[in-house]
Design a protein around this ligand. Sequence first.
Ligand SMILES: Nc1ncnc2c1ncn2[C@@H]1O[C@H](COP(=O)(O)OP(=O)(O)OP(=O)(O)O)[C@@H](O)[C@H]1O
Length: 319
Amino acid sequence: MIEVNELTKRYGDKLAVDHLSFTIPQGVVTGFLGPNGAGKSTTMRMLLDLDRPTSGTVRIDGKHYGELREPLKYIGALLEAKAVHPGRTAHNHLRWMAASNRIPAQRVDEVLALVGLTAVAKKRSGGFSLGMGQRLGIAAALLGDPKILMFDEPVNGLDPEGIVWVRNLMKSLAAEGRTVFVSSHLMSEMALTAEHLIVIGRGRLLANLPMNEFIDQNSRSFVRLRTPQPEQLLDALSREGMTASLDGNGAWEVENGDMARIGDLAAANGVTLHELSPQRASLEEAFMRMTAEAVEYHTETPAPENPPAAWGENWKKES
Ligand SMILES: Nc1ncnc2c1ncn2[C@@H]1O[C@H](COP(=O)(O)OP(=O)(O)OP(=O)(O)O)[C@@H](O)[C@H]1O
């Protein structure tokens, strides 16, 4: 278990992490979110004793990192891919790490197989692609079979197959009862992977709660319907205390509407429905709503609602 208490880090005038306190739960994947510069990497570095807190404490299974003998057996981390000597082979890099924590050499072959790098284990890591580097970093994190795993942007550079693999790996590690703490800017991926969220902005804790609650608290939900006979249905809805408003695309939005009740009312009044669907905000929308105040680096002009086709699918990530 990781316990963070009043953790603070100041770089000169810059307060990068500001009295953060949280406990990371076991047995679920916890997403660590925050806009650029929020202090995620600084926090993760302090959890691993790679950066010294200005004040506050981090406890891993009740101990400071420096008190852990053979720390890789307690906590494994992927912080920066390619933090490997480029002249070293993947196998030698892991052998060296294993030896420093008295981990049996055979475990190196196990983790290389687990991350799919067996075929290139004897190649110099300097020639690895970004995705291969990520896989090597994940192998290193898993080396000591630790109860706590921490990943900073683990799907960075991975292809779709690799992304699905990382998602399933994290879920299975959590299902084994481990603590899995992962930062990412890819909200759609986070929504599929994490059950719990810790959100920070400008170094401060903004939220620490289950994913579903986070979305519910930071978004509006409604029922969307389409019908060629709106008058009859709107009358019936208003008699039940439900009000609908047009959304600009010919659909009606019913705030706090009970979908089954709306369907029953439509049937009872002989109204044809072309759509009746519950609408819930995405994690991305909820996150942007919550962190709007805490975003440090705004673009000058907002990204267009309807981007040119040439921008492709990824335009949102680049805006
Ligand atoms: N070594 C350092 N010296 C000075 N300032 C630093 C240092 N490391 C981080 N900072 C500053 O601290 C703040 C938090 O940075 P950090 O990298 O932890 O944020 P982050 O949430 O990981 O951001 P991103 O999502 O962009 O990776 C930033 O304003 C950053 O410029």
